[in-house]
Design a protein around this ligand. Structure first.
Ligand SMILES: Cc1cc2nc3c(=O)[nH]c(=O)nc-3n(C[C@H](O)[C@H](O)[C@H](O)COP(=O)(O)O)c2cc1C
Length: 228
């Protein structure tokens, strides 16, 4: 399955074996090329063992991806955009994965990365059993009409995107060929980046830009605009 096909099958995994992902696979994962929204923002990923992490969730994985970024404008949506590509990629390798907003670096062993802050982590590993979705019934998501000013089937990949506590904070408006992307002020811009990643993976012609003279919608912040 390729990344685009994985959009309709992916699922957060919370049940793993204790078998670590082997060194060869870790090298493949480190080499996976991810496209950024903002290439100028420095980002770093470290694959760390469980003992480097503090998390109160009842399940765990032997390894996690710790994600750091410069704190520049747009860094949250940039991280969501980059690492949702990784979420899909890990699942094409047959691994299970879950964004872990609850996870923190263990202060006893945490490394300080000059000029960067820890943002979030992804838990990944060998899933117990079949971990993918095989039909759309498993997706609990808003309708296309709820996430855009006009229902637009091209937004289906974004509609299916994962978000923290399934909040789905994104909203899309149309202006000619351009789609403007917003994020609810109560939601996380990281989630908006995740939805944008699905639009990128599903559309070869994806282009992201900041439009001139655009105003925020009430209760929403402007993230950027795309053509597909
Ligand atoms: C930014 C982010 C943070 C998340 N943090 C957690 C977490 O700490 N614990 C957890 O079990 N799931 C976490 N999730 C998974 C979401 O609950 C999940 O994506 C959402 O409910 C939709 O389900 P799905 O991913 O299976 O489609 C997180 C997801 C995202 C995108």
């Amino acid at each position: 399955m390729n990344l685009n096909e994985m959009i309709c099958h992916r699922k957060s995994c919370r049940s793993f074996t204790n078998v670590p992902v082997d060194a060869a696979a870790i090298e493949t994962i480190k080499a996976f090329p991810m496209k950024p929204l903002y290439p100028e923002i420095k980002v770093r990923m470290d694959i760390v063992s469980r003992d480097k992490v503090k998390c109160i969730c009842p399940w765990t994985t032997p390894q996690l991806i710790a994600i750091y970024s410069e704190e520049a404008d747009g860094y949250l949506e940039n991280i969501g955009f980059l690492f949702q590509q990784m979420d899909l990629y890990l699942q094409t390798l047959g691994l299970g994965v879950c964004w872990l907003g609850m996870g923190r670096m263990n202060p006893k062993t945490a490394v300080t990365v000059e000029g960067m802050k820890f943002v979030i982590m992804l838990a990944f590993g060998h899933p117990k059993g079949d971990q993918l979705r095989h039909d759309f019934k498993g997706f609990k998501r808003k309708s296309l009409a709820q996430i855009a000013d006009t229902p637009d089937s091209r937004l289906e990949p974004a509609r299916l995107a994962p978000s923290a506590v399934n909040s789905q904070p994104w909203y899309f408006t149309h202006e000619g060929d351009t789609i403007h992307v917003y994020c609810s002020r109560k939601g996380s811009r990281l989630d908006a980046g995740i939805a944008l990643a699905h639009l990128y993976v599903a559309n070869e012609g994806f282009r992201f830009f900041k439009a001139d003279q655009i105003t925020d919608l009430p209760g929403y912040s402007y993230i950027g605009s795309v053509t597909l």
